[in-house]
Design a protein around this ligand. Structure first.
Ligand code: F0G
Length: 359
């Protein structure tokens, strides 16, 4: 370890430190890390069904440094971008990728350019990209338009594309599957997760498969890809133009990792399903009210999907289920406040406060 750069010491608890043997990061690379990963796997008491022997856990990815799973991909993508001599990174984003790219680029001391849909990005995510000093470019189009633009950028420039079409992103994100197995001591039987651009479902499947091939486990879960009804190309089987959903993070009609996600579904014996915005918001509220977990709407689509599947009995008894909650609820305060009762407003007296409690 003596010859490694200062950031590669054992006090660094990020993903590359923990799972470096499974990552394509050369020993000589200086890690760009914010000690991401090691997120909680929380038992969802209210969704477990002891009668059927069903156990349900949430992988709470909002606990990552920038509040979403994107940090897992970004530590590897930025480490490799810097290692390969890039002076900047670029991405299209519905918000979380831009927040993570901006933070990790700041950490690396290089520039970030982020292309976002005008007006359709949660406020917290925009604040993050701005605060980390990214150049924020709002286009009067959607994520799919932005993706086409950044993909066709000339490659001569020393600018790395850090969307999930960058294979290093998926390598970083697959570590969530490792953590789940390391915590549970086995693979779950079903894994529910939100699907937008489809990088994450592909990454999880890669992670489960690598541990399976390394004989750490002898099973892999069925991957259940959960989409918003207004942006559900995997459910309809073809790209969707003008995707629309309140879950802006997954407002995507033309997913880039189409083939990989289809392979994951097929090889795992999984399926895709869609939930409408009302079901997504009620799952988000359910998690916040009943489990104490505040996730963003796009994350709640995994639990909305699970609630549907539990109701229609498409899951076997005696099984363990994991839902990924991809991002922190604080990123989208507008949606949270819009669906909650307004605070009561009273005079600053004991009587007034007591009356409002008793009301
Ligand atoms: N959940 C959240 C909170 C997300 O931000 C995203 C994607 C997804 C789920 C879907 O993951 O794209 O790998 O299928 N957000 C991207 C972004 C598109 O730009 O932040 P995916």
């Amino acid at each position: 370890m003596e010859n490694l750069p200062p950031s590669n010491r054992s006090t660094d608890a990020g993903l590359i430190a923990r799972y470096g043997d499974y990552l394509p990061v050369p020993k000589s690379a200086q890690w760009i890390s914010l000690n991401e990963g090691s997120t909680p796997l929380v038992r969802l008491h209210t969704l477990c069904d002891p009668g059927r022997g069903i156990e349900v856990f949430a992988k709470v990815e909002g606990a990552n440094p920038t509040g979403s799973f994107k940090d897992r991909g970004m530590t590897v993508a930025l480490t490799m971008a810097v290692h390969d001599g890039s002076e900047a990174v670029i991405c299209a984003s519905t918000g979380n990728t831009s927040a993570a790219a901006a933070a990790y680029a700041a950490r690396a001391g290089i520039r970030a350019f982020v292309v976002i849909p005008d007006g359709k990005i949660a406020l917290g995510k925009l604040a993050q990209a701005m605060m980390h000093g990214a150049k924020v470019i709002q286009i009067t189009g959607d994520f799919d338009d932005g993706m086409e633009i950044v993909k066709s950028m000339p490659t001569e420039a020393p600018v790395a594309l850090v969307n999930s079409v960058n294979p290093f992103r998926l390598h970083g994100q697959k570590t969530a599957a490792f953590e789940i197995i390391d915590t549970l001591g086995k693979a779950p039987d079903y894994h529910f997760l939100p699907v937008g651009n489809a990088g994450n479902i592909s990454a999880y499947w890669m992670g489960y498969t690598e541990y399976y091939e390394a004989r750490k486990v002898n099973t892999r879960p069925a991957m259940v890809g959960c989409q918003a009804a207004g942006a559900a190309p995997f459910v309809s089987g073809r790209p969707v133009s003008n995707p629309e959903t309140l879950a802006t993070a997954i407002r995507i009609g033309n997913p880039q990792s189409w083939e990989l996600a289809q392979q994951a579904r097929e090889a795992s014996g999984g399926w895709f399903l869609a939930s409408d915005d009302d079901a997504i918001l009620s799952a988000q509220k359910f998690l916040a009210h009943r489990e104490g977990i505040f996730c963003e709407p796009a994350s709640a689509v995994s639990v909305a999907g699970l609630i549907t599947a539990l109701g229609d009995e498409s899951l076997e008894d005696g099984t363990t289920i994991v839902c990924t909650l991809t991002g922190q609820g604080l990123k989208d305060p507008d949606t949270a406040i819009a669906q909650s009762p307004e605070p009561v407003r009273v005079a600053p007296t004991l009587t007034a406060v007591r009356d409002s409690i008793l009301d």
